[in-house]
Design a protein around this ligand. Structure first.
Ligand code: SF4
Ligand code: ZN
Length: 310
């Protein structure tokens, strides 16, 4: 491997899609710089904003908290970390402990909300008893998690919510929407018009960075890694799409970048999709695509099926 293409130092990482060779310091700086550029390009954060960083306790969200903290003088916003405890035994406790310790090391306020206190059930209890198997566990969980983040963000009076979604997450969601026939949702992926269906803006400062690079950044920055993964994460289409895209990238370096740029192009043309319109839920008043919102619908469904306890 040749030397770092930026400073001539010892090689540490090669970006296969660009051929760029970087030493460890330049690699880490490049991740911070890429994040800064994404935030600036899509005007994600403005001076005076209060940013709620959704921190699951995994590598992406903790790396995001750290980078937004390091960039605080540049963006001029206030940060608060928000974690959601879904109620998954043996999994979330460790993640929340990591989140608490990183936030406290940085001196960032940290808030935790749980499904138990907000919805009256744990994810374990709900998934164990529900009969509707059409929605994947993550699909089901995601509806409640988005609401939980909204509630915590409103409580913390934030003006924008930043999530750790990376380029891999973005292209997976794009492909899944196509595979599900959810073309109306493509508009939701437009980084310049995100948040129409949420009470406050949502931004993804890592959306232009490969997952493997964030993982490496987190590892080299001493960010704690979670030892277990969510027991429900391998169910559903997303893991198959993830494996397929990783295989394609291995054979054709840069393919995920190309797909990402194509996706951005497509979603920017997707004006007027049903994903953009939102009306108040007829029961809870939160944004919904029509009638009852996803949370109220799923709660009704659960209520018919189970006697859940927290
Ligand atoms: Fe919820 Fe899926 Fe995340 Fe587990 S992996 S916490 S089920 S979204
Ligand atoms: Zn509702």
């Amino acid at each position: 491997m040749s030397s770092c293409s930026r400073c001539g130092g010892s090689p540490f990482f090669t970006r296969r899609y660009s051929g760029e060779v970087l030493c460890e310091r330049c690699f880490k700086e490049s991740i911070v710089e890429k994040t800064r550029r994404t935030v600036a390009k899509h005007r994600m954060i403005a001076r005076g904003d209060r940013v709620g960083v959704a921190v699951s306790g995994g590598k992406d969200s903790l790396a995001l908290l750290k980078i937004l903290y390091d960039l605080r003088e540049w963006h001029g916003a206030d940060l608060v970390a928000i974690s959601v405890d879904e109620g998954v035994a043996g999994y979330r406790d460790e993640a929340i402990a990591h989140a608490r310790s990183v936030a406290s090391d940085l001196g960032v306020e940290h808030r935790v909300v749980s499904y138990g206190e907000l919805f009256g059930f744990t994810l374990d209890a709900a998934l164990a008893s529900r009969r509707d198997r059409e929605t994947s566990s993550c699909g089901f969980c995601g509806v409640f998690r988005r609401r939980a983040i909204d509630e915590a963000a409103a409580e913390a009076k934030v003006s924008v919510v930043a999530t750790g979604h990376n380029l891999d997450d973005y292209v997976q969601t794009f492909v899944m929407n196509l595979l599900h026939g959810d073309v109306g949702r493509l508009g939701w992926l437009d980084p310049d018009h995100e948040g129409g269906r949420f009470p406050m803006r949502r931004v993804k400062p890592f959306m232009e960075i490969y997952e493997e690079e964030i993982a490496l950044f987190a590892y080299k920055s001493g960010i704690p890694f979670q030892s277990v993964s969510c027991p429900y994460m391998h169910e559903g289409l997303r893991s198959e799409v993830r494996d397929y895209l990783n295989e394609m990238e291995a054979g054709h370096p840069g393919m995920k970048n190309v797909l990402f740029n194509s996706a951005l192009d497509v979603v920017s043309h997707y004006e007027g999709g049903s994903g953009r319109r939102s009306v108040p839920c007829t029961r809870c008043g939160k944004p919904s695509s029509a009638g009852l919102c996803g949370v109220c619908r799923m709660k009704d469904e659960l209520g018919r099926q189970v006697n859940y306890t927290t």
